[in-house]
Design a protein around this ligand. Structure first.
Ligand code: PRP
Length: 173
């Protein structure tokens, strides 16, 4: 299996700085609760929060979907919930990649029912050509083609999350 670079470490770093600046401005003088979706978002979230110029609190959820690669329901369930109180909080959900949109849409529905003061989404990668349900992304890193990508938190069978860049997997011929 070969991995070719799609987004370099430098491009990622520039984008994270850019997003962090916008988010810091938008949430200036506000309390911010950053909620990462495990596992994929942990690398992006770690870089993003360290580039914010405002304080924030961090929490994590884990969601899994059934029948993702098949034609079945695509039902999403929550495996791990945040421990933080959401009511009245400014919540920023951090996602590594939005594909069908099912994961994010389910999480937004769950968090919205807990009456946050605000609820926004920051997604590192957007594979919008694969969308099955519409979902708004407030802060977007990169739009990417419909290719299997790994690195910077994203895996292929739990491999490659550690790569500091985003690459495309290519089968050896
Ligand atoms: C990936 C990714 C998103 C989700 C996006 O998670 O991290 O959370 O899929 O897909 P969707 O838009 O089609 O719902 P995955 O289930 O691979 O788990 P992981 O983050 O632990 O790798």
């Amino acid at each position: 299996m070969k991995v070719t670079t799609l987004i370099s470490q430098e491009e990622i770093s520039n984008k994270v700085n850019e997003l962090a600046l916008i988010i810091s401005n938008d949430y200036a003088e506000k309390e911010l609760l950053v909620v990462g979706i495990l596992k994929g978002s942990f690398v992006f979230m770690a870089d993003l929060i360290r580039n914010l110029s405002i304080p924030c609190r961090c929490d994590f959820v884990k969601l899994s979907s059934y029948g993702k690669e098949t034609v079945s329901s695509g039902e999403v369930k929550m495996d791990l919930d945040i421990s933080s109180r959401v009511e009245g909080e400014n919540v920023l959900v951090v996602e590594d990649i939005v594909d069908t949109g099912l994961t994010l849409s389910k999480l937004k529905e769950i968090l919205a029912s807990r009456q946050p003061a605000s609820l926004r989404v920051c997604a590192f990668l957007d594979k919008s050509s694969r969308r099955k349900v519409p979902v708004e992304i407030d802060y977007r890193g990169f739009e990417i083609p419909d290719k299997f990508v790994v690195g910077y938190g994203l895996d292929c069978d739990e491999q490659f999350r550690y790569l500091p860049y985003v690459g495309i997997i290519e089968e050896d011929s």
